[in-house]
Design a protein around this ligand. Structure first.
Ligand code: TYD
Ligand code: MG
Length: 425
């Protein structure tokens, strides 16, 4: 049941069935002003937004609590304010002092950022109306309240009404707005999901809170591609852009350890190299564990089943853990083969050559299926000095994709195993 505000009955006659106040515009005549986008100055954020904030657009930044949303919007606020654009940062979560402390910690200061610690949205929009900021930030939508509704802050009714009011304030005034929204796994608090269709852009800040990397992903963007991701690192001084994600994700790699192999995943339009780790150890008691971090656990179970069936590996009494190092979450099947080989490597305690990258989707019959953009993946691996790439035979790129890297096309899991653990099979 969702509480909504009752519309007042209109006075006098009902509105006519046909109105003539608006006129359509020819498709050709629609102006395409792109230059007036407001750049946050944070390259990774601007990229995910599709080239900065569009005037009057409303973007939602969602993510788990504590992932760094407030940090990101504060950094953006200060950076935009530094261009001389006044920013109103309204927060119902923290006091103005807390934000000041965070800004101090980040060594960010700006007289152009005005803080308002106020959950009541009517007050916030009132302040915005008199201040006329160039950017409005509401942190978070779960704490924003509309006094006309009796339900608690964070309920679906409040969240939806608050967002609707922000949107109807921002649109006609051509002021971009950033809304922060928490996502909870339980879904007890009405999350950003109920807002996705209302706002123009939906970005999610993802990552493991205990690890340093964060990925900012666009899941909806009316003003740009949803293929873009931004990569950040949470440091002692806020979120830092990671210009070379592949290099960063491989930084702490232990060479010559069993259970580890490098794969190239595609995040949006960018190939990113990550280390895939697996550990296989005998089950002490009860059912064998299957635990995945950074990849889908159902996918891991499927890979284990394929290894058992197609290679005859006896994994039935083994606990198997798989981990994508660095906190990245892989949602595409192109890293299947890497995960499978990492499991074999750990199970047999045999290392995989650290100069090798592995790309490919694993089919249920043990066949290696082609993945998108193999050439770009291989080129990225070559750029980082890898010398050998195990790739799907089907749709494998020309041998001259990049100098210095040998392509090893494989059609089946067994061929891949033979190519990686030479002479063993
Ligand atoms: P925060 O932006 O408050 O998260 P959210 O708004 O998404 O709930 O930041 C969360 C965590 O980030 C906090 O636990 C501490 C950490 N952090 C740093 O590691 N470095 C920093 O410079 C800052 C500001 C926060
Ligand atoms: Mg916060």
């Amino acid at each position: 049941m969702v509480e909504t505000i009752e519309a007042k009955p209109g006075k006098g006659l009902a509105s006519p069935a046909v109105a003539t106040r608006t006129t359509p515009v020819a498709l050709d005549d629609v102006s395409l002003e792109r230059s007036n986008r407001l750049l946050s100055g944070i390259g990774e954020l601007d990229r995910v937004l599709g080239g900065g904030l569009v005037p009057g657009s409303v973007a939602l930044i969602g993510g788990d609590p504590g992932i760094g949303k407030s940090t990101l919007v504060l950094q953006a606020a200060v950076s935009i304010a530094a261009q001389g654009v006044p920013v109103l940062y309204a927060t119902g979560e923290e006091s103005a002092q807390q934000i000041r402390l965070r800004a101090d910690r980040l060594s960010l200061m700006s007289g152009n950022v005005s803080l308002l610690a106020e959950p009541d949205l009517t007050e916030v929009l009132g302040a915005a109306e008199s201040m006329q900021p160039g950017l409005l930030i509401v942190d978070s939508i779960q704490t924003a309240t509309v006094a006309d509704l009796e339900s608690a802050a964070g309920s679906v009714g409040q969240v939806r009404e608050s967002a609707a009011r922000i949107i109807s304030w921002a649109k006609p005034r051509q002021v971009p707005a950033l809304i922060v929204g928490h996502v909870t796994k339980e879904g007890t608090i009405a999350g950003p999901r109920v807002l996705e269709h209302m706002v123009d852009t939906v970005l999610y800040l993802e990552g493991e809170r205990v690890q340093q990397y964060r990925v900012l992903r666009a899941v909806k963007n009316r003003f740009g591609s949803t293929d873009e991701v931004g990569v950040f690192e949470m440091t002692g001084a806020g979120l830092a852009e990671v210009a070379n994600p592949s290099q960063s994700f491989l930084q702490q790699r232990v060479l010559n350890a069993s259970g580890s192999v490098v794969t190239v995943t595609i995040e949006g339009t960018r190939p990113i190299l990550v280390e895939m780790q697996a550990l296989s150890s005998p089950t002490a008691y009860g059912l064998p564990k299957r635990s995945a971090n950074g990849l889908d656990s159902g996918r891991l179970q499927l890979l284990v089943a394929v290894l058992q069936k197609r290679l005859g590996l006896n994994l039935g009494a083994q606990d198997i853990f798989a981990n994508v190092v660095g906190g990245l979450r892989i949602n595409e099947p192109g890293s299947d083969l890497a995960a499978a080989l990492a499991i074999i490597s750990s199970f047999r305690d045999r290392e995989i050559d650290p100069g090798t990258v592995v790309v490919g989707e694993l089919g249920l019959s043990g066949e290696i299926r082609s993945v998108g953009q193999t050439e770009r993946r291989v080129a990225e691996a070559a750029r980082l000095g890898f010398t050998r790439a195990i790739v799907p035979a089907h749709g494998s790129p020309a041998r001259t994709v990049a100098p210095g890297i040998e392509l090893v096309p494989v059609g089946t899991l067994l061929e891949a195993v033979r190519a990686v653990f030479r002479g063993d099979g």
